[in-house]
Write a protein that binds this ligand. Structure first.
Ligand code: ZN
Length: 160
């Protein structure tokens, strides 16, 4: 059975950056399961999964446009330190939930200069080319309930 729309595919993955550093991996965990054609995974990877079958191993490079998007400079803002009152000592790398014109978003502090704090609302992997090493471990038909929900139930998916 080949991966196509209305299929649930499970796979092991290792994600590395341009320097070959491992950013994420399913190694030592259960494989990740997703509903093909539902946008559960980044578009470039979903495209590369199409037509694969159980046991297939392959590598795929995903551009930022088909990954977590390009880095949007409009999502980088400088805010006064006073906006973080009660948050304790601020340092780069700290994450916060912030309200924006697009609704609640996750931002990370990237710089602190005096009373000015720079926050970045981009996805941490925005602008990055993603290098995936994939092993397909299972392909099956999605249940009608999974198709209605738009995600996978059971191992590697949603439990509810
Ligand atoms: Zn569900």
């Amino acid at each position: 059975m080949q991966i196509a729309d209305r299929c649930v595919a499970s796979f092991h993955y290792t994600l590395t950056n341009d320097k070959g550093e491992v950013l994420d991996s399913s190694s030592g965990r259960e494989p990740l399961a997703y509903l093909h054609g539902a946008g559960n995974i980044v578009p470039g990877l979903e495209k590369a999964m199409s037509g694969r079958a159980m046991g297939d191993k392959f590598a795929v490079d995903v551009t930022p446009e088909e990954g977590y998007g390009v880095h949007d400079p409009n999502l980088v803002q400088v805010v006064p330190k006073s906006a973080f009152r009660g948050a304790g000592e601020l340092r780069p790398g700290m994450q916060f939930r912030a309200d924006s014109s697009r609704g609640p978003m996750s931002v990370v502090i990237t710089a602190i200069r005096g009373e000015e704090v720079t926050v970045d609302g981009n996805h941490p992997l925005a602008g990055a080319t993603l290098h995936f090493q994939i092993e397909v471990t299972e392909v099956r038909q999605a249940s009608s309930e999974e198709l209605t929900h738009g995600h996978v139930h059971g191992p590697g998916g949603h439990h509810h």
